[in-house]
Each structure stands twice: as C-alpha cells, then as structure tokens.
Design a protein around this ligand. Structure first.
Ligand code: ATP
Length: 361
C-alpha cells in the first residue's frame, strides 16, 4: 500500500525557538521525497511529526486523506527507519525481519514467508539464517530496510539511513534504495544533508533552512532553476554576482554587476519578476562558463585571468579574476580538452539559458 501525505502550516516551537515554521507540503502517493538541508534546519523535526513522535505546535498532518495530527505512532500507517538500525543481535535475519509481524500476531508460516520475500527484495534471502554480526554495514542496513517494509507501511520515513556508511557503500546503497522504492511503490520520505544523495534518489527534493521550506522540485529543477539563493548555494556550487536592474525590455533585463552591464533573459528570473532598480544576484554554475565563440547564445562577461587550475578528470577547475572586477574570484570548470595555465587570459561567457537570476525579497 502507499499513501499521499498532506502537511498544512506545520509549526513546532521548542521554548522560544521555532524549529519548524509554517511548513506546508503536498506529497503524492508513491513519491520518493528527500528533505534536504543543513544541520538544525528542522528536517528531523518534520519527519518526527509525520511519524507521530512529536506533536506540532500548530498545523495538521493527513496521510491517505485521514487526519493524523494527534494519532499515536503505532496507529499511523508509517514506519520510521533510523540511522542506527537497531537489529536484535541474538535473532536470525528472518526473525529480525519478521519481528514487527509477530508483534501484530501473524502466524509463523505466513510471517516467515513474508520475511523471506522481504529479504529476497533486498538481495539477502540466502542469508536468512545468519545473525546480524555476520553481516557488513551495508547488509545490516538492507535488513533494516526489509524489516521496515515487512509491515507494509503506506509511508516509510527514513532518517539519514545511510549516514553511517562509507562513501562508496553509501553511493551503492542509494542506487539500491531508489530501485527498491520503485519496485514496492511505497511513499518514501528521506532525510539527508548530503546534496548528492538527494539528487541520486529523489523524485522531488524539499530544500529546508531555518525551519522553512526554501524550494521544492525535481533534482534538475532545483539545480537549474533554484528559487532562492540558499537553494542555489546548497544544491551544488555557484558563483554569485550581486547587481541591480537598470532597464527592462520585452525579453531582457539589463543587469549591472561589478563585471559591467549585461542583458539577462527575463526567463532567467526564477522567483519574482525584475523591476528597474531592484537588487538581483546572478548565479552561475562553474560548468556553465564558456569561452566566447563556443556554440549556444553566449552572454559575454568580458576578459578574465586564470589564477590557478587543477585537473579533475572530467574538467579543469579554474579560478579567474575578471579584468573589470579584479577583486572577484570566479570558479569555472573548463573542458577536459582545454589547457588552462595560470596567467592565461580568457574571454568569459555563459550560455544565456543557464544563468539564474534571483531578485532580493
Ligand atoms: P540534523 O541534520 O543535525 O539532525 P535537523 O535539520 O534534522 O538537523 P532538527 O533535529 O529538526 O534538525 O532540529 C531543528 C532545531 O530544533 C535544532 O536547532 C535543534 O537544536 C532544535 N530542537 C530539536 N529538538 C528539540 C527539543 N526537543 N528541544 C529543544 N530544541 C530542539
């Protein structure tokens, strides 16, 4: 089974501190949602409110169309999977996975069949008779997932479940988690502060900061068209050029930054329309810089001097000082085939459709 989730104006106050501040979010049944944000932004608080471990100070939670705001955790159609998998060390895997079913009074044969099917789902059927200490960290994590899914939750809540794994294993588990979610179709709501993890697994990412939602969208949406400066900076690297709108024509706004005056397409403004004199910040991802003359409609940013360069395999990562703003440091990724050297001068340009322009609220 799977269910939609509706969070309306959820607020949580601890003393004078607002851990969650008027958060509203609609989640479709079967979606893989990732709550992404820095430590302390309120992700775990929101997840705990969904699981019923914390009551909101204000607002409502509905799951599958039913109001759950004051329903205790055990009576919700949710299961929470924490970072410490809390497997029972003395029990075989099959009994660990079947534990929740036993608590619900399911008979042994049916329970074992279900547990084996779940172990099969995570690729550990052959290890059913093993004990947790005989497994690797990644395998234990899979058993915890099988156990969480065995009770058929409508919504699975995952609190940094991959946080304890080393980087390589974490990447592998992300792929597996995504594949398993697609197979079972359960709504997954997953908390992480790792932007790459969010991009690897999410249907939609919810970017949070200071208890509020900054941005919601598919990974490519948030990366290419972030709706706030925080979101732009948290979802990968970006160069930020503060400026001011000096004129507006039908399809372009003239924006003056330290690098001069540039015509920016109106479509580049992802949140709020430009007005003459409004403050604006241009965000440019390092990989979107081009040398003038390359394909695509390029917006020229003038000449710049390379101060240092490092080869990263897929690209050269360079720092540059523009001639028109020598105090500004630009980070640009130049093609693998380029041979950038410190001291080289470059005509810096950006493809028009990759610029992100954000007006100040
Ligand atoms: P992390 O990634 O570090 O777990 P998070 O985004 O999940 O961070 P939360 O755990 O939701 O953040 O906490 C949000 C804020 O609320 C933090 O500043 C935290 O100190 C505060 N907070 C959480 N629980 C309580 C509590 N029971 N009493 C007081 N303050 C709390």
């Amino acid at each position: 089974m799977t269910a939609d989730v509706s969070i309306r104006n959820a607020t949580k106050v601890f003393g004078a501190f607002r851990a969650l501040d008027d958060v509203s979010l609609e989640i479709e049944a079967g979606e893989f949602i990732v709550l992404l944000g820095p430590s302390g932004c309120g992700k775990t608080t929101l997840l705990s409110i969904l699981g019923g471990f914390i009551e909101p100070s204000a607002g409502t939670i509905a799951i599958g169309g039913r109001d759950m705001t004051h329903v205790e955790p055990a009576k919700r159609p949710t299961t929470t999977m924490f970072q410490d998998y809390a497997l029972f060390p003395h029990m075989k895997l099959i009994d660990n996975v079947g534990f929740g079913l036993r608590m619900r009074g399911m008979g042994k044969t049916e329970r074992n069949d279900k547990a084996l099917a779940m172990l099969d789902l995570v690729g550990l059927k052959a290890s059913a008779a093993k004990k947790p200490h005989e497994l690797s960290g990644g395998q234990r994590q899979r058993v915890a997932l099988a156990r969480a899914l065995a009770v058929d939750p409508d919504v699975l809540l995952l609190d940094e479940p991959l946080g304890a794994l080393d980087l390589k294993l974490r990447r592998q588990m992300q792929d597996e988690l995504k594949a398993i979610q697609k197979r079972v179709g359960t709504t997954f709501i997953h908390v992480t502060h790792d932007q790459e993890e969010a991009m690897a697994i999410a249907d939609r990412i919810v970017v949070m900061n200071h208890g509020r939602i900054e941005d919601v969208g598919a990974p490519s949406d948030i990366y290419m068209r972030p709706r706030s400066l925080f979101s732009a900076g948290f979802m990968g690297e970006a160069n930020f050029l503060p400026g001011r709108v000096t004129a507006i024509a039908s399809e372009h706004a003239q924006v003056e930054t330290a690098l001069g005056s540039t015509a920016i397409p109106i479509t580049a403004f992802t949140a709020g329309s430009p007005e003459v004199n409004s403050k604006v910040t241009l965000c440019i991802r390092p990989e979107h810089f081009r040398s003038t003359g390359e394909e695509g409609t390029a917006v020229s940013l003038g000449r710049a001097r390379i101060t240092d360069s490092a080869f990263f395999g897929a690209h050269h990562r360079c720092h540059l000082n523009p001639e028109s703003g020598p105090d500004i440091v630009i980070t640009a990724h130049l093609p693998q085939t380029a041979h950038p050297k410190p001291g080289d001068m470059l005509d810096l340009a950006v493809k028009a459709d990759t610029i992100i322009a954000l007006t100040e609220a």
